[in-house]
Structures are given as structure tokens and as C-alpha cells.
Design a protein around this ligand. Structure first.
Ligand SMILES: [Zn+2]
Ligand SMILES: [Zn+2]
Length: 492
């Protein structure tokens, strides 16, 4: 028998028994309570009624003891007696779940405080086989893969709830309701594909633009990348799809993954293989983990503000709910004060680039640099109200114009409490006739999967402003953040 505690003294003092396992067993207890269903609920509610009723203390104790015995017999788990107030809350919660999930057999697990709960939904089940080819049933593969994903996620510390963990029929409404009731953070439905064309292979991910649409899209990309990296399968599309009930109706981020085609003989064989299923599972779990724990990218834009292009960059960042850092040129702030003020108002970090962007002039001497710098600082503060503490050397801290003066400048400004940032990835957009495709390609290839990326771009460049929306889609594994003085500087 498992270790248990019964607060007999509390029973005597007027408390009455309710059934709860020790913390470690809480989840299983919830499941069991739901399994034993109405009978147990009635016992708990009966006990609650007695607690407030006229029964003698001896009578209440007997009720507690016999209910305790009933519970032990029904579940094989030794209960703990808790105070009546907690009992009432537990009973209410159990009743709420019963009510929201009429007749739902395997039971919902409520999210534990501080944990992330992923609901995995193996498609089909029971009489609904899904697609079937050569005796291989989709419902079975879905369940095997979902279970493997669940094990991976649990080993990473996530709480996992399956909509079904046996071969059972389940309506689409029940699947969504389960996730909603459990307050899941994520819902992933797992399916297999079939095509009339036997040679078609690969995986697809579908998401809905409803509810957490942006996050669902990000999740879809991460899951697809994770699986493709692990399996070498063909990546088909990531598609917005509004006809699929489960992903459309879920309030949390969600997607539906078709991990392969049962209609293709080779892929069908792979999909039935436990090793291949495990590769899919590990890839999917890695994608989900990145969804919750993204790496950080600090987007930085130099040389602005300008009128249309900076405005467009700001619009795009706003649409993505992202903040960046703008290293401003004093003269441009004077020209476009409204844009500079908008940068500050929308929560971006403002840093100092220079006042007059001429390498030969600013690097002519330490004094020349410091004079230009303080002009820029003053103009920026006057226009935006921001006392900027971050700066970026024109051309970066190491360039062919500042060899003689760079160390003295850095030392002087650092002693005044300023900190400079170079970059470790770049759009490469400050070139003659930049092309949008090249900008995106440079951004992706220079990132190199780093945990912390300081990305250099230029908001004054038309092509950059044009492609920024598309570019940001390439980095689902990153959260975009503005630089602050607390961020360890990237310096050449
Ligand atoms: Zn299916
Ligand atoms: Zn510059």
C-alpha cells in the first residue's frame, strides 16, 4: 500500500473525510475520480451534506470511514482526509468536470499550477479507422505516434494529456472540450494522409487563423522543421485551413499534423516502424519545446529614421507584436521627428548611431567622434525624451576608418556609462541594389542557430522594409526582443 496520511484528529474536531491522494498521486487520483464517476461524486457530496447537517460526530466519523473504505475499494488508492472546505471545493471541481464532459470516459487532467500542458489528439478511433491502406489503419498509427510524443514531452517536463489513449470513438467536440476544460496551452492533432496518387509522400501541417492564429502558425513551422530535421521526410505545405473543427475551435495555439502518406508504400512501411515513429516524436517534441522556450533575437536597425521605410518597418513590427532596437542618426531625427517619436512610443529601444554619417569625419579624432556623439545624443533626447545609453559605432566597432581611435572612444564612452553593440548576424542590406530574396537568405544563413542573435538591418532601405514581414516568418524558433542595458553586448 502507498504511504498515506489520515488526519484523524481533524475528523474528530469536526472535519470530515474527503478523498485525495498525496500530491505525487494527484493526477492519477483525478483520473480515477472521473472514472468512478457519479458513484463517488455522490459519496463526496453526501459527506459534504452530512458535515453541515445535524448528524452526531460519531455519525460523521462513521460516514467518513465508510466513504474512505468505498474509495479504497473503488480505486485501490488509500485516501487522505482533508478539511471540509477543501472537500467542498474538490467536489465542486469534480462536478464541474462531470458537467462539461458528459460521459467522457478517460477523464480530463487539470493543468497543474506552473506547468505547461500539451493536449495530444490522435485522430479517429473506434469505428472510425481514418484512412486504411493494405491493412494499416490510420487511427492506430496516430495513437502510436501520439504516445511516443507524449513520452518525449513528459521526459522534458511537460504535462501531457491525450484525448484518447486507447482505440475508442471520440467526437471532435469532445476533443476540443477536453483541451479547453484542461486549460491546455497547446493542442496538437496527429493524423496520416492518403492520396489517389501513390507516389505522393511527405508531411503537411494545417493551422487555423482563428483564435491564437499567429501562434498556431509559428507552432506549425516549428513542428514541421523539427520532424523534417529528424526524419529527412519531404516537407509539404504549412497550410491555413478553416474547415477542420478541432484546430478552428481550440482557443489555444493548435495545429493538425499529417505525418506521412499511408497511400505510399515506402512511407507506409516507415510509418509502422517504431524507430521511425520515435524520430517523428522526437522532432515534434523538439518543435513544441522551441515553441515554449524560444531563442532570442535582437533585431537592430541602423541609419534611420526615414519616412516611408521606417514607417513600414514599424507597421510590420506592430503587426507581429515585436519590439526592436533603432540606432538613430541625429540629422535624420531632426528631419523626421514624428517617426522618431513613434519609435519611442511603440516601445522600441532607441540607441545612438551618430549625428552625421560620414566615416572620415567622425573618426578624424577621438574628440571629433565624441562631439558628433553628444550632438546625436542631445537631438535624440530633445525629440524623443529618451536618454539613450546604447550606441553603435558607424560601420561597427572595428572598421577601416577607426583603427587609431576606436579603443579610446570605447573607453571614454564606457566610462560615461554608455555601452556599444555590434552584431553577429546581418541582413546584408547595406549594399548596392539589394534584393529581397538575398536579404532573407542572408538573415537566415548568418543566424546559424545561435541562442542569442543580434541582427543588423537598415530601416531606411526600401527592400528591407518590403521583405521584413516575410523575413520574420523565417524565425519561428526566436522571440524578438529589444536590446536593453542588461543584455550582454555582442562586440567584435
Ligand atoms: Zn485523419
Ligand atoms: Zn550606419
Amino acid at each position: 500500500m502507498r504511504r498515506t496520511e489520515i488526519y484523524a484528529g481533524e475528523v474528530c474536531a469536526g472535519y470530515i473525510g474527503v478523498y485525495r491522494e498525496r500530491r505525487n498521486w494527484k493526477r492519477r487520483w483525478r483520473r480515477r475520480v472521473l472514472r468512478s464517476g457519479a458513484l463517488l461524486l455522490a459519496a463526496v457530496l453526501g459527506a459534504a451534506a452530512l458535515n453541515y447537517g445535524a448528524g452526531s460526530l460519531a455519525g460523521r466519523m462513521r460516514t467518513a470511514e465508510s466513504a474512505e473504505q468505498d474509495f479504497l475499494v473503488a480505486t485501490g488508492v488509500q485516501p487522505v482526509l482533508l478539511p471540509a472546505t477543501e472537500m467542498a471545493a474538490q467536489a465542486e471541481e469534480a462536478a464541474r468536470i462531470e458537467e462539461t464532459l458528459p460521459g467522457f470516459p478517460p477523464g480530463a487532467t487539470l493543468k497543474e499550477a506552473g506547468e505547461l500542458l500539451v493536449v495530444l489528439d490522435p485522430g479517429h478511433g473506434g469505428a472510425d479507422d481514418g484512412c486504411v491502406r493494405d491493412g494499416v489503419q490510420e487511427k492506430e498509427i496516430n495513437l502510436q505516434i501520439a504516445q511516443a510524443v507524449g513520452r518525449e514531452l513528459q521526459s522534458m517536463g511537460y504535462q501531457v494529456q491525450m484525448t484518447r489513449d486507447t482505440d475508442q470513438a471520440l467526437s471532435l467536440e469532445e476533443r476540443v472540450k477536453l483541451a479547453e476544460t484542461a486549460q491546455a496551452d497547446l493542442f496538437v492533432s496527429i493524423h496520416q494522409n492518403a492520396s489517389e496518387v501513390a507516389k505522393v509522400t511527405g508531411m503537411e501541417v494545417w493551422y487555423s487563423a482563428q483564435n491564437a492564429g499567429d501562434q498556431s502558425r509559428r507552432l506549425s513551422r516549428l513542428i514541421q522543421t523539427g520532424i523534417l530535421e529528424n526524419t529527412g521526410a519531404d516537407g509539404r505545405e504549412i497550410r491555413e485551413e478553416e474547415t477542420l473543427y478541432v484546430i478552428r475551435e481550440c482557443g489555444m495555439a493548435s495545429c493538425l499534423v499529417e505525418t506521412g502518406f499511408l497511400s505510399n508504400r515506402a512511407e507506409r512501411q516507415q510509418l509502422t516502424d517504431a524507430g521511425y515513429q520515435q524520430q517523428i516524436a522526437a522532432g515534434m517534441a523538439a518543435g513544441i519545446d522551441l515553441y515554449f522556450h524560444p531563442k532570442t533575437m535582437y533585431l537592430t536597425f541602423d541609419d534611420g529614421p526615414s519616412k516611408e521605410n521606417t514607417e513600414k518597418v514599424l507597421d510590420t513590427l506592430k503587426a507581429h507584436n515585436m519590439q526592436a532596437t533603432f540606432f538613430l542618426i541625429g540629422e535624420n531625427v531632426e528631419k523626421y521627428p514624428e517617426v522618431a517619436r513613434r519609435i519611442a512610443a511603440e516601445g522600441h529601444t532607441i540607441g545612438i548611431h551618430c549625428n552625421h554619417h560620414d566615416y572620415k569625419e567622425v573618426y578624424a579624432s577621438v574628440d571629433a567622434y565624441l562631439e558628433d556623439f553628444s550632438s546625436a545624443h542631445a537631438i535624440i533626447e530633445e525629440v524623443t525624451g529618451v536618454d539613450a545609453r546604447l550606441f553603435r559605432f558607424p560601420g561597427g566597432s572595428v572598421n577601416q576608418y577607426n583603427k587609431a581611435v576606436r579603443q579610446k572612444i570605447a573607453a571614454e564612452l564606457e566610462s560615461q556609462g554608455y555601452v556599444y553593440y555590434d552584431w553577429n548576424a546581418s541582413f546584408e542590406d547595406a549594399v548596392r541594389e539589394p534584393r529581397e530574396a538575398d536579404i532573407i537568405e542572408s538573415a537566415v544563413s548568418s543566424t546559424l542557430g545561435r541562442k542569442n542573435v543580434v541582427m543588423l538591418g537598415h530601416d531606411v532601405i526600401e527592400e528591407t522594409a518590403e521583405c521584413l514581414d516575410q523575413l520574420l516568418d523565417q524565425f519561428p524558433e526566436y522571440r524578438m526582443a529589444p536590446l536593453t542595458e542588461d543584455v550582454t553586448p555582442v562586440q567584435f
